[in-house]
Write a protein that binds this ligand. Structure first.
Ligand code: NI
Length: 181
């Protein structure tokens, strides 16, 4: 079921979400199905449960189509379709990288955000199977963006240079329908 996406200004986006305690439940399956329906309907690149008003540590991101490339990052390897529950992130090294981000909760805007370039992340899939990955670049960026939502952080809070923050159609008039997270 497609659910309404909360927009910046809604206090529910600022909460710290709770860990999932039980895996393989109908409620968790339904939440994840709703998140995928909602993300696809909005042409999104990722979505966190708090964005549909559910304060649980669940994020989804990536594409089921291995040839799909993000138009903002045409050189990046496609990110595999992932359900990540109770994620834990550990940056590998201090190196930060700047990149453009958008967010389904901040529609129509883009900003440059510094993120750790390399990342080790762990967590669980919907059935409770462990996930353990080392990633970099766009994949690392998407995970950091989504997991921030679980701690009540929206990407504009991480923008440092507001000369590179603005409306997508003004910043990038040539780009149409670029996915947001
Ligand atoms: Ni977002």
């Amino acid at each position: 079921m497609i659910r309404p996406i909360l927009r910046m200004g809604d206090p529910r986006l600022l909460r710290v979400s709770e860990p999932v305690r039980e895996f393989g439940t109908a409620a968790l399956r339904e939440l994840i199905a709703d998140m995928f329906d909602t993300m696809r309907a909005a042409n999104g690149a990722g979505l966190a449960a708090p964005q549909i008003g559910v304060p649980l540590r669940v994020v989804i991101f990536g594409s089921a189509d291995p040839s799909a490339r993000n138009p903002r990052y045409p050189d990046a390897d496609p990110v595999p379709q992932t359900v990540l529950v109770n994620p834990v992130l550990r940056p590998l090294g201090e190196e930060m990288e700047e990149g453009w981000e958008g967010c389904l909760s901040v529609p129509g805007l883009r900003g440059v955000v510094p993120r750790y370039r390399r990342l080790h992340y762990t967590g669980f899939d919907a059935q409770g199977n462990p996930i353990d990955r080392i990633v970099e670049g766009f994949h690392a960026r998407v995970v950091q963006h989504e997991v921030d939502h679980l701690d009540g952080i929206l990407y504009p809070m991480r923008v440092r240079d507001f000369t590179r923050f603005g409306f997508t159609d003004v910043l990038f008039p040539a780009l149409q329908d670029v996915p947001e997270e």
